[in-house]
Design a protein around this ligand. Sequence first.
Ligand code: NAP
Length: 282
Amino acid sequence: MSGLILSGRELAATIRADTAERAAALTAAGTPPRLAVVVATDDASSAWYVRSISTAAVKAGIVCKVLDLGADAEVETIRATLADLSADNMVHGIVLQTPLPAGARLEDLAGAITVEKDVDGANPLSLGRLAAGLPAYPPATAAAVVAVLDHHEVELAGRRAVVVGRSTVVGKPVAHLLLDRHATVTVCHSRTPDLAAVTSTADILVAAAGRAGLVTADHVKRGAVVVDVGTNPTEDGGLVGDVDAEPVAEQAAGLTPVPGGVGPVTTALLLNHTVRAASTLA
Ligand code: NAP
């Protein structure tokens, strides 16, 4: 471990360099990697995220096409767009941005993204393959959690891991990835009674609830490693995680910061998955 603050920035830079190298080789061989991002929302933070993906993609040498279907897009229009992109040989990675219009569910629509191009692990088949130990792209955020732990040389095998959150995009895939790495995994959620009693058994605690300040020092065993996935906007336009950072950092052996922890690694891995998909499909 490199200290109390387990930054993701250095790792993200390493992944970006690998991505750029692979993208340049693919482009030189006549297959520039292409990512399609399908948007059906006018949510401001989503727009910010899409812009940051596009900018990072272009910097890495990936062609990024944003298809804005509008916040009132019909479910069938979104599904047909994803199916067209799945069939398009010029496209290698597909992301369906959330939130979606009322009545549309990511789990339903993402089935139209072919698994080979599902670079953010949104198709339920990708999660199923992950659970079965078969190759698939995990959601980039879930992969980023494990990548940050690996980067800081946190031992996973035989350790007790507790994940707070059971969404299909973060909590469940993180639990599968940690299980694959031989951790003993417990998943908590909003109906878990006495959350602190469970989380304080963790050697590795992953907070992915989207609740600012949920994880306090009382939730953390002395010497645990804490990964804060939460991104909660503050009134002054900033961002905080789910972890009460200062007291928890004193208690823990290591804590990922927000921002600058899981976030930059997530974006870097999404693009890395895209060049890997392009290599496989080329
Ligand atoms: P989500 O779909 O809202 O899921 C939240 C999960 O947390 C649910 O399983 C929920 O339980 C659980 N939960 C909520 N309140 C809880 C409480 N008081 N005690 C215990 N569990 C509680 O959110 P998500 O999409 O997984 O995202 C989680 C967080 O990660 C958000 O802050 C999001 O912005 C952030 N995120 C960050 C990145 C990144 O790149 N850094 C990427 C994606 C998401 P129930 O299932 O019982 O409702």
